[in-house]
Write a protein that binds this ligand. Structure first.
Ligand code: SF4
Length: 331
């Protein structure tokens, strides 16, 4: 028997209303939401990918990217097909935008066993959009939490506040993709809205989840100084300790803008560095912007080569060069 989804309501004439994400779908019998993860099956909303994975790998936690969370540790990383955003530049479009991608069966217990065998710090729900895989993410996160393992979300942050509040007590860390501070960018390029993403980021932070933010810089779309400054201001208002990752774009799916020049990444880092203590560069052929550097004395605190991090902090997480305490979650 198919299990029912969470966060939906029956309507008249066999229709259902989805209360999971801000798209607020009303689905007729047999219809699937644009996220490709939830369907109206005979008047009941069902999750299409419960217990199914399209991708599983053991990655360095730095690859999520999380630079201030168990540096140097591996993390089991899994995904199901689907996403509630439809970003023209999606770098993982082959799984996020294809609800029919081939999947394999799994279970929370099987994933816990895999994580244990790989000495993983826990599990990362990543690659596509985990928030619309809600039921399986929640059940799996409960199983990992019960075993003392960590739960990580790599997400677009596009969920309604009530279901997010249900999930957050189980989540240890998140990297939220903040694509732009321009609502028009979200509407035109991602088929979504900005405000729910900002609200979700505030909610992650208020819940005490370890939070890092990623911004993919796309030439001609979100890479002007004023656009970068607005995003930096938003993060700095939450906390100057929050790590911000600027990531380089490469042409993918429906967008064919030129790849992000290194100069743009360096300019963004310089702008952000005026207000934020930890700014990183990713997805680019440069060693710049990888290390964690003490904001007080400039000593390298976590040295990274590729995605591998070597944590040089001394007692109680202090900088090796001065008494500053560097905010990193680690055992
Ligand atoms: S989760 Fe999917 S079905 Fe539900 S409102 Fe969002 S896009 Fe629609």
């Amino acid at each position: 028997m198919m299990r029912a989804a969470a966060w939906w309501r029956p309507l008249e004439n066999g229709q259902v209303a989805c209360d999971l994400c801000p798209v607020e779908c009303r689905l007729r019998e047999g219809q699937t939401g644009p996220c490709a993860t939830r369907s109206n099956h005979q008047g009941t909303m069902v999750p299409l990918h419960y217990g199914r994975i399209v991708s599983a790998a053991v990655d360095p936690v730095e690859k999520k990217p999380l630079y201030h969370f168990f540096p140097g540790r591996p993390i089991l990383s899994v995904a199901a097909p689907g996403c509630n955003l439809h970003c023209m530049f999606c770098q993982n479009w082959n799984i996020s935008q294809d609800g029919g991608a081939r999947t394999e069966k799994t279970s929370p217990a099987e994933l816990v066993a895999m994580a244990r065998a790989e000495h993983s710090v826990g599990i990362a729900f990543t690659y596509s959009e985990p928030l619309v895989w809600f039921e399986f993410v929640k059940d799996t996160a409960e199983a990992f939490r019960a075993q003392g393992l960590k739960n990580v979300l790599v997400t677009n942050g596009y969920l309604k506040p009530a279901p997010l509040a249900e999930l957050l007590p189980l989540i240890d860390a998140a990297n939220v993709d903040l694509k732009s501070m321009d609502d028009l960018f979200y509407r035109k390029i991602c088929k979504a809205r900005l405000d729910p993403v900002l609200a979700a980021i505030r909610q992650f932070h208020a819940a005490g989840v370890h939070l890092e933010i990623t911004n993919l810089l796309i030439p001609g779309h979100n890479d002007q100084d004023a656009q970068i400054a607005a995003l930096v201001d938003f993060v700095a208002d939450l906390g100057s300790d929050i790590p911000l990752h600027f990531s380089a774009y490469h042409p993918a799916w429906k967008l064919n803008a030129p790849p992000t020049p290194l100069a743009t990444l360096l300019r963004a880092r310089d702008l952000a560095g005026k207000k934020l203590k930890y700014v990183y560069l990713g997805n680019a052929k440069t060693a710049e912007g990888r290390d964690t550097v003490c904001p007080d004395c400039g000593t390298v605190v976590i040295e990274r080569s590729g995605y591998r991090g070597v944590d040089k902090r001394r007692d109680q997480g202090r900088c090796p060069g001065c008494p500053a305490r560097i905010p990193v979650v680690a055992a």
